[in-house]
Design a protein around this ligand. Structure first.
Ligand SMILES: C[S@@+](CC[C@H](N)C(=O)[O-])C[C@H]1O[C@@H](n2cnc3c(N)ncnc32)[C@H](O)[C@@H]1O
Length: 348
């Protein structure tokens, strides 16, 4: 994600997605087995800069507090990749008026910088795991995409490589979480979903962005080999793709599917534009939303001889051109996201 708190400021759609998962999280906190006087450890997998975790964690703490003896510690560990902007996360936890650290005592916040495709915690350590809008990010780029940056718009052979990697990654993710959860613990997943054709709902926006990159290549501001390396290592799963891993014998013995549903997510940026009619403001917010999650993947691998300043200038130019294109064609940036909501219980 774009650093220095930029993701926190421009991730309203992800925030709205996370809100959809809060009822599942509260039900998980109501149903886990607790020793009322023993501390509880919660993991927030893929927390980024933390702002979108505040509401879910506050709701979770409120529910747990009602079940725990006064003074029982609740520890929350926010995990992400080692490259994450953890400074922005801890600043948010200390200063944001909505921070759960301000809502009560005996709550302790920590971080772990390790991929969630690896084991992060000791066995049977986590009572509740939460992850929102994270697992569509793959462990690495399976294959380059020749004519696009987005796997749902790749050719069928390329796309099947993404599907295979996504299946393997999801399985790994679950294997590690099953190990980390305490018996009876819960894992709540807010997943980015796909329709039956594998479409995420953001294809028009991604086409628009890809078109701007193609223009920059045609004008020689970007080199063709740089464009070739520009890809978002993401895959959007259907509900079946989320659940079929759980039928695998090795996982079905340790994780039980408690809840599973699909929902459409309204696009909060588009809704604000509908209310205001301000195309310039809409274009700026949609371009910043795109930049907040895509910049490191698109501009992190330009030619080695390019200076940092040159890379920043090219990224600025790209997102400014995306903004102008959205202002001319606002409907192309409207997203029809889908979510798959899952709650899993550790058997035992
Ligand atoms: C779209 S952000 C979502 C952040 C936050 N959960 C939210 O709701 O806004 C995706 C996050 O997942 C993280 N992520 C992607 N792949 C990861 C991995 N393999 N291990 C840990 N975190 C990962 C990214 O670094 C990023 O912070």
């Amino acid at each position: 994600m774009a650093g220095e708190g930029f993701y926190n400021e421009h991730s309203r759609p992800q925030h709205v997605a996370g809100e959809e998962g809060i009822p599942l999280l509260v039900r998980a906190a109501e149903s886990i087995q607790l020793d009322p006087s023993r501390g509880v450890v919660v993991a927030d997998y893929g927390a980024s800069q933390g702002r979108n975790s505040l509401d879910p964690m506050r709701a979770l703490i409120r529910t747990l507090r009602g079940r725990l003896a006064p003074g029982t510690p609740i520890s929350i560990v926010h995990t992400d990749l080692p490259t994450n902007d953890f400074a922005a996360l801890f600043t948010t936890l200390e200063t944001d008026p909505q921070s759960y650290l301000r809502a009560g005592t005996d709550v302790f916040a920590y971080a772990a910088g390790r991929s969630f495709y690896e084991q992060i915690f000791p066995p049977a350590h986590i009572s509740i795991g939460w992850t929102s809008i994270t697992v569509h990010w793959l462990s690495s780029v399976p294959v380059p995409i020749r004519y696009h940056i987005f796997s749902t718009l790749a050719d069928p052979v390329e796309r099947s490589a993404y599907a295979a990697r996504a299946a393997a990654d999801w399985r790994q993710f679950l294997v590690h979480r099953a190990r980390e959860l305490t018996a009876g613990g819960r894992l709540v997943v807010v997943g980015s979903g796909a329709d039956d054709h594998g479409r995420s709902g953001a294809e028009h926006l991604m086409d628009l962005a890809n078109g701007v990159l193609a223009e920059m290549v045609a004008e020689d501001s970007l080199r063709p080999e740089e464009y070739q390396r520009m890809v978002l290592p993401m895959y959007y799963r259907t509900q079946d793709e989320f659940t079929e891993a759980l039928q695998d014998r090795s996982l079905s013995g340790s994780l039980a599917l408690e809840e599973c549903s699909e929902t459409a997510l309204s696009d909060p940026l588009w809704a604000r534009y509908q209310a205001s009619g301000d195309a310039a403001e809409y274009a700026a917010s949609a371009a910043e939303f795109l930049r907040a999650f895509s910049e490191p993947s698109l501009f992190g691998f330009l030619a080695a001889e390019r200076s940092e300043a040159e890379v920043s200038r090219l990224a600025d130019e790209f997102y400014a051109r995306v903004r102008s294109a959205i202002e001319r064609r606002p409907q192309d940036a409207q997203c029809a996201w889908r979510l798959v909501l899952l709650s899993l219980a550790k058997r035992g």
